[in-house]
Ligand binder design. Structure first.
Ligand SMILES: C[S@@+](CC[C@H](N)C(=O)[O-])C[C@H]1O[C@@H](n2cnc3c(N)ncnc32)[C@H](O)[C@@H]1O
Length: 239
């Protein structure tokens, strides 16, 4: 699992909700705004984490089931409308044609085999069921390599075109960007890094980024922090 197994998430679970983007209301509202207002009697979140999106879904749309590989992440969920289950997105423990709505936010960059996860989601959706997806992407596909290096975690952040390829089996595909502006790199690092060395290394990488990255991300630096715009690519499609 690219080294990002249950153990990694067990360490991140405690601080996870302190990262600014996680509970950002405007982002979650824009994400849920991608799908029609309708009845969705059976809903699944893949990689539910601490339930930040799920809380809103259960209030605005209806009760749901969420799977996640990390017991420690889902231990943070305490909500009547949410049924969390420990499971791996590569093998969803549900029958085919089970859900009217499946959604997933910021999980695919931690996944070994994105095609397999997308095929599992497709299998578990009812015909005409809705899949809603969001993912942090580089500010532009052209600087994908620099972005992966900059984040410093040996992770590939899929580009928009790679994501759209994953949607090839779906129809009625719609897409939009949501940009979280002026995001604090220190907030992100303080709540996600597992050592001071890792933090220093990623700050150094940010300080040596290209002009292209700086322009595209609206890069600003102060003595104590770095601020950048973070782009999220939101896509919906139907089975
Ligand atoms: C960045 S968090 C996103 C959590 C949540 N979707 C959100 O937007 O707040 C990524 C989540 O994916 C989960 N995850 C990673 N690999 C997984 C896998 N193979 N199957 C299920 N969950 C996985 C992690 O445990 C973690 O909770």
């Amino acid at each position: 699992m690219k080294g990002y197994s249950e153990n990694y998430w067990a360490k991140r679970a405690k601080q996870y909700n302190k990262t600014n983007w996680v509970k950002d209301d405007s982002f979650i509202d824009a994400f849920l705004g991608m799908i029609p207002i309708a009845e969705y009697p059976h809903i699944l979140e893949v990689g539910i984490g601490t339930g930040a999106v799920a809380e809103k879904v259960s209030e605005k749309i209806g009760p749901l089931t969420g799977i996640d590989i990390s017991q420690d992440m889902i231990d943070k969920i305490n909500h009547d409308g949410i049924t969390p289950i420990v499971a791996n997105a590569h093998e969803l423990p549900f029958n085919k044609d089970s859900f009217e709505l499946i959604y997933m936010r910021n999980v695919i960059h931690y996944i070994d085999d994105p095609e397999k996860v997308f095929s599992e989601i497709y299998r578990c959706l009812k015909p005409e069921g809705q899949f809603l997806f969001s993912q942090v992407v580089p500010p532009d596909d052209s600087i994908s390599k620099e972005y992966d290096w900059l984040v410093g975690r040996d992770i590939h952040y899929p580009t928009k075109s790679e994501i759209l390829d994953l949607f090839s089996a779906f129809h009625s595909v719609k897409q939009d960007d949501f940009v979280l502006e002026k995001q604090s790199i220190m907030n992100w690092l303080n709540n996600t890094c597992q050592s001071e060395d890792e933090k220093e290394n990623i700050i150094e990488r940010h300080r040596s980024t290209s002009g292209a990255y700086r322009l595209l991300s609206n890069y600003k630096e102060s003595s104590k922090d770095i601020f950048v715009d973070i782009r999220h690519f939101m896509v919906s499609g139907k089975k």
